[in-house]
Design a protein around this ligand. Structure first.
Ligand SMILES: C[S@@+](CC[C@H](N)C(=O)[O-])C[C@H]1O[C@@H](n2cnc3c(N)ncnc32)[C@H](O)[C@@H]1O
Length: 209
Protein backbone atom coordinates (compact mmCIF):
# COMPACT_ATOMS: atom_id res chain seq x y z
CA UNK A 1 0.00 0.00 0.00
CA UNK A 2 1.38 3.44 -0.94
CA UNK A 3 1.82 5.70 2.11
CA UNK A 4 -0.71 8.51 2.53
CA UNK A 5 0.80 11.92 1.69
CA UNK A 6 0.95 14.11 4.77
CA UNK A 7 3.06 16.99 3.36
CA UNK A 8 2.72 19.12 0.23
CA UNK A 9 5.61 20.43 -1.89
CA UNK A 10 5.95 23.69 0.09
CA UNK A 11 6.04 21.78 3.40
CA UNK A 12 9.07 19.80 2.16
CA UNK A 13 11.22 22.84 1.36
CA UNK A 14 14.49 23.55 3.15
CA UNK A 15 16.09 26.98 3.14
CA UNK A 16 19.46 25.37 2.34
CA UNK A 17 18.67 23.51 -0.88
CA UNK A 18 22.21 22.29 -1.43
CA UNK A 19 22.95 18.60 -1.37
CA UNK A 20 22.68 17.15 2.15
CA UNK A 21 25.86 15.12 1.47
CA UNK A 22 27.84 18.38 1.47
CA UNK A 23 26.42 19.44 4.82
CA UNK A 24 27.31 16.11 6.44
CA UNK A 25 30.67 15.55 4.70
CA UNK A 26 32.59 16.68 7.78
CA UNK A 27 32.07 14.53 10.90
CA UNK A 28 30.52 16.20 13.96
CA UNK A 29 31.56 14.52 17.19
CA UNK A 30 29.11 16.52 19.27
CA UNK A 31 25.95 15.91 21.30
CA UNK A 32 22.84 17.49 19.81
CA UNK A 33 20.74 17.47 23.01
CA UNK A 34 21.49 17.82 26.72
CA UNK A 35 22.39 15.00 29.12
CA UNK A 36 18.93 14.88 30.71
CA UNK A 37 17.34 14.34 27.28
CA UNK A 38 19.85 11.64 26.38
CA UNK A 39 19.32 9.80 29.68
CA UNK A 40 15.53 9.98 29.27
CA UNK A 41 15.87 8.58 25.76
CA UNK A 42 18.04 5.67 26.97
CA UNK A 43 15.38 4.93 29.63
CA UNK A 44 12.61 5.00 27.03
CA UNK A 45 14.63 2.64 24.84
CA UNK A 46 15.14 0.31 27.85
CA UNK A 47 11.37 0.25 28.27
CA UNK A 48 10.45 -0.47 24.64
CA UNK A 49 13.38 -2.09 22.84
CA UNK A 50 13.51 -5.86 23.34
CA UNK A 51 16.78 -7.00 24.93
CA UNK A 52 18.52 -9.46 22.61
CA UNK A 53 16.56 -8.11 19.63
CA UNK A 54 17.66 -6.52 16.37
CA UNK A 55 17.73 -2.72 16.12
CA UNK A 56 18.08 -0.33 13.18
CA UNK A 57 19.29 3.11 14.29
CA UNK A 58 18.32 5.28 11.36
CA UNK A 59 19.82 8.79 10.92
CA UNK A 60 22.52 7.94 13.43
CA UNK A 61 25.95 9.37 14.21
CA UNK A 62 28.70 8.54 16.71
CA UNK A 63 26.01 7.90 19.37
CA UNK A 64 22.85 5.78 19.49
CA UNK A 65 21.62 6.51 23.05
CA UNK A 66 20.95 2.80 23.66
CA UNK A 67 20.89 1.77 27.34
CA UNK A 68 24.38 0.70 28.35
CA UNK A 69 23.27 -2.35 30.31
CA UNK A 70 21.10 -3.86 27.56
CA UNK A 71 22.63 -6.11 24.89
CA UNK A 72 21.10 -6.54 21.46
CA UNK A 73 21.63 -9.31 18.94
CA UNK A 74 22.51 -6.79 16.24
CA UNK A 75 22.46 -3.01 15.91
CA UNK A 76 22.67 -1.68 12.37
CA UNK A 77 23.35 2.03 12.01
CA UNK A 78 22.51 4.35 9.15
CA UNK A 79 23.59 7.94 8.66
CA UNK A 80 25.26 10.45 6.37
CA UNK A 81 28.81 10.31 7.64
CA UNK A 82 30.74 7.04 7.71
CA UNK A 83 33.40 8.38 10.09
CA UNK A 84 30.76 9.19 12.71
CA UNK A 85 29.16 5.76 12.28
CA UNK A 86 32.51 3.97 12.57
CA UNK A 87 33.10 5.76 15.89
CA UNK A 88 29.72 4.62 17.31
CA UNK A 89 30.51 1.85 19.83
CA UNK A 90 26.98 0.37 19.74
CA UNK A 91 26.87 -0.41 16.03
CA UNK A 92 27.70 -3.85 14.66
CA UNK A 93 27.54 -2.53 11.13
CA UNK A 94 26.48 0.61 9.28
CA UNK A 95 25.68 2.15 5.93
CA UNK A 96 25.29 5.66 4.55
CA UNK A 97 22.40 6.77 2.36
CA UNK A 98 20.82 10.14 1.61
CA UNK A 99 17.16 9.41 2.33
CA UNK A 100 16.09 12.60 0.56
CA UNK A 101 17.49 11.15 -2.65
CA UNK A 102 16.60 7.49 -2.11
CA UNK A 103 14.01 6.47 0.47
CA UNK A 104 14.10 2.73 -0.26
CA UNK A 105 16.17 0.95 2.39
CA UNK A 106 18.57 -1.75 1.12
CA UNK A 107 17.14 -4.17 3.71
CA UNK A 108 14.92 -7.26 3.70
CA UNK A 109 11.29 -7.22 4.86
CA UNK A 110 10.54 -8.17 8.50
CA UNK A 111 14.16 -7.94 9.71
CA UNK A 112 14.16 -5.70 12.79
CA UNK A 113 12.45 -5.70 16.18
CA UNK A 114 12.95 -1.96 16.56
CA UNK A 115 13.83 1.14 14.54
CA UNK A 116 15.02 4.35 16.23
CA UNK A 117 15.35 7.87 14.83
CA UNK A 118 16.86 10.32 17.33
CA UNK A 119 16.63 14.10 16.88
CA UNK A 120 16.68 13.86 13.08
CA UNK A 121 13.26 13.31 11.50
CA UNK A 122 12.91 17.04 10.75
CA UNK A 123 15.50 16.68 7.97
CA UNK A 124 13.46 14.19 5.93
CA UNK A 125 11.74 15.72 2.91
CA UNK A 126 9.79 12.53 2.15
CA UNK A 127 9.16 11.16 5.65
CA UNK A 128 6.03 9.30 4.55
CA UNK A 129 8.10 7.14 2.16
CA UNK A 130 10.82 6.54 4.76
CA UNK A 131 8.32 5.59 7.49
CA UNK A 132 6.62 3.19 5.03
CA UNK A 133 10.03 1.59 4.49
CA UNK A 134 10.47 1.32 8.26
CA UNK A 135 7.11 -0.46 8.51
CA UNK A 136 8.31 -2.87 5.81
CA UNK A 137 11.61 -3.77 7.52
CA UNK A 138 10.08 -4.08 10.99
CA UNK A 139 8.80 -7.46 12.09
CA UNK A 140 5.11 -7.74 13.02
CA UNK A 141 4.91 -6.48 16.60
CA UNK A 142 8.07 -4.34 16.12
CA UNK A 143 8.40 -0.78 17.39
CA UNK A 144 9.43 2.58 15.94
CA UNK A 145 10.68 5.28 18.31
CA UNK A 146 11.14 8.79 16.91
CA UNK A 147 12.52 11.33 19.39
CA UNK A 148 13.06 15.06 18.98
CA UNK A 149 13.59 18.30 20.82
CA UNK A 150 13.39 22.01 20.03
CA UNK A 151 16.93 22.19 18.67
CA UNK A 152 17.86 21.51 15.04
CA UNK A 153 19.91 22.76 12.09
CA UNK A 154 17.19 25.22 10.93
CA UNK A 155 18.45 25.59 7.35
CA UNK A 156 18.18 21.82 6.89
CA UNK A 157 14.80 21.25 8.58
CA UNK A 158 11.74 21.13 6.33
CA UNK A 159 9.35 24.08 6.38
CA UNK A 160 6.48 22.08 7.95
CA UNK A 161 8.76 21.45 10.93
CA UNK A 162 10.14 24.97 11.23
CA UNK A 163 6.66 26.47 11.27
CA UNK A 164 5.13 23.99 13.73
CA UNK A 165 4.83 24.13 17.53
CA UNK A 166 6.30 21.24 19.51
CA UNK A 167 2.84 19.69 19.88
CA UNK A 168 2.20 20.03 16.15
CA UNK A 169 5.55 18.35 15.45
CA UNK A 170 4.52 15.38 17.58
CA UNK A 171 1.23 15.22 15.68
CA UNK A 172 3.09 15.39 12.37
CA UNK A 173 5.30 12.44 13.31
CA UNK A 174 2.24 10.48 14.49
CA UNK A 175 0.61 11.28 11.12
CA UNK A 176 3.62 9.88 9.25
CA UNK A 177 3.18 6.62 11.16
CA UNK A 178 -0.61 6.49 10.77
CA UNK A 179 -0.35 7.25 7.05
CA UNK A 180 1.57 4.04 6.31
CA UNK A 181 -1.34 1.94 7.58
CA UNK A 182 1.27 -0.32 9.17
CA UNK A 183 1.31 1.08 12.71
CA UNK A 184 -1.20 0.92 15.56
CA UNK A 185 -2.10 4.17 17.31
CA UNK A 186 1.18 6.02 17.93
CA UNK A 187 1.76 7.24 21.49
CA UNK A 188 3.29 10.66 22.23
CA UNK A 189 5.65 11.15 25.19
CA UNK A 190 6.24 14.80 26.12
CA UNK A 191 8.38 15.74 29.14
CA UNK A 192 10.90 18.31 30.35
CA UNK A 193 13.72 16.32 31.99
CA UNK A 194 16.27 19.19 31.62
CA UNK A 195 16.64 22.28 29.45
CA UNK A 196 15.83 20.55 26.16
CA UNK A 197 12.19 19.46 25.90
CA UNK A 198 11.85 15.71 25.40
CA UNK A 199 9.40 14.41 22.82
CA UNK A 200 9.05 10.90 21.47
CA UNK A 201 6.52 9.14 19.30
CA UNK A 202 6.32 5.41 19.95
CA UNK A 203 4.51 3.36 17.30
CA UNK A 204 4.10 -0.39 17.19
CA UNK A 205 3.57 -2.32 13.96
CA UNK A 206 0.39 -4.32 13.72
CA UNK A 207 1.13 -7.87 14.81
CA UNK A 208 -0.97 -9.13 11.89
CA UNK A 209 0.56 -6.69 9.33
C1 LIG B 1 21.31 16.10 14.56
S1 LIG B 1 22.05 14.66 13.84
C2 LIG B 1 21.47 13.38 14.93
C3 LIG B 1 22.34 12.18 14.93
C4 LIG B 1 22.04 11.13 15.99
N1 LIG B 1 20.79 10.45 15.73
C5 LIG B 1 22.09 11.69 17.39
O1 LIG B 1 21.18 11.43 18.18
O2 LIG B 1 23.07 12.35 17.73
C6 LIG B 1 21.12 14.49 12.36
C7 LIG B 1 21.38 13.22 11.57
O3 LIG B 1 20.37 13.10 10.57
C8 LIG B 1 20.86 12.31 9.51
N2 LIG B 1 20.44 12.92 8.25
C9 LIG B 1 20.31 14.23 7.95
N3 LIG B 1 19.93 14.42 6.67
C10 LIG B 1 19.80 13.18 6.15
C11 LIG B 1 19.45 12.69 4.85
N4 LIG B 1 19.18 13.51 3.84
N5 LIG B 1 19.42 11.34 4.67
C12 LIG B 1 19.74 10.51 5.68
N6 LIG B 1 20.07 10.91 6.92
C13 LIG B 1 20.12 12.22 7.14
C14 LIG B 1 22.38 12.24 9.66
O4 LIG B 1 22.72 10.93 10.03
C15 LIG B 1 22.68 13.19 10.81
O5 LIG B 1 23.71 12.71 11.62
Amino acid sequence: MAPERVLDAADREKSDRRDDARFYARPRFVQHVDKAFRERLADLYAEYLPAGGTVLDLMSSHVSHLPEDVAFERVLGHGMNSEELRANPRLDDSFTQDLNREATLPLEDDTFDAVTIAVSIQYLQYPEAVVAEIARVLRPGGVLIVSFSSRCFPTKAIRAWREATMGERAELVAEYARGTGGFDSPEVVSEKPGIDPFYAVVAGTRSTA
